[in-house]
Design a protein around this ligand. Structure first.
Ligand SMILES: Nc1ncnc2c1ncn2[C@@H]1O[C@H](COP(=O)(O)OP(=O)(O)O)[C@@H](O)[C@H]1O
Ligand SMILES: [Mg+2]
Length: 225
């Protein structure tokens, strides 16, 4: 997958969340690390058009995230830091079906796709559950189903193991490791990204390292010390 930042930066009023940045991303699994407030989420939101660059541009497979926003949204799925915020409908099955319905698919096709994705993640038993009653790990899996059912080529996960107990964390780690899609994972949970293809370290809104995991993590430890 080809993602390009061309001098892309984001300001919120007088505050610069991300200083203008140029880079090309093509690796299948990319980690994003850095202290709180360093610009990680802003960087990731630029890739699916949730955030708009105040300078420069971002393209995904040649599509401009602002001008071709709809096509980009179809290619890039995003799981928020708090997945409960992206649940649209109360029952898990309906929430997973929502994106397909919005795209005009028929009922039989939707039912089949929902069953297939729940099966893929080993959670058919969640179908009839209320999303707001799920455990943290179950909620992450339900959110994965809702996003991946529409077939994005790239999935961005923002701190997916935040607030999970050890058991749910292990489940989410294993699930991410098994995803065939391209993934970008923002995390403070360093073991999650230590075998990734490339790791970007942000510091005070700037890219402070762009390296293999061991090197980027070592640099992060220096910055945090
Ligand atoms: N919508 C917003 N309005 C104003 N400031 C924001 C907004 N979103 C992020 N920021 C600021 O931009 C900086 C980077 O934020 P963010 O990208 O969320 O960092 P991270 O994900 O690394 O914690 C922070 O200083 C944050 O307060
Ligand atoms: Mg963040």
């Amino acid at each position: 997958m080809d993602i390009r930042f061309d001098n892309a930066g984001v300001d919120f009023g007088a505050r610069t969340a991300l200083f203008p940045l140029s880079l090309t991303l093509g690796e299948r699994r990319i980690g994003v690390i850095g202290l709180n407030g360093s610009g990680k989420t802003t960087f990731a939101r630029l890739i699916n058009g949730l955030a708009k660059p105040t300078t420069g541009r971002v393209t995904v497979e040649g599509l401009d995230t602002v001008e071709d926003a709809k096509s980009v949204l179809g290619k890039v799925g995003y799981i928020f830091q708090s997945p409960q915020n992206q649940i649209i409908l109360p029952i898990v099955r309906d929430d997973i079906a929502f994106g397909l319905k919005a795209r005009g698919h028929g009922k039989a096709e939707i039912d089949q796709a929902v069953d297939a994705i729940l099966g893929r993640f080993g959670v058919p038993h969640l179908a009839a559950r209320r999303a707001h009653e799920l455990s943290g790990g179950e909620l992450q899996l339900a959110a994965l189903c809702s996003v991946l059912v529409t077939g994005p080529e790239l999935l961005i996960l923002d701190e997916p193991t935040n607030q999970l107990d050890l058991k749910n964390r292990a489940l989410v780690q294993k699930t991410i490791a098994g995803l065939p899609e391209n993934v970008i994972v923002i995390s403070h949970d360093l073991p999650l990204i230590e075998d990734f293809d490339r790791v970007l370290l942000f510091h005070q809104g700037r890219l402070a390292a762009d390296a293999p995991p061991a090197e980027a993590i070592a640099r992060y430890r220096e910055l945090a010390a």
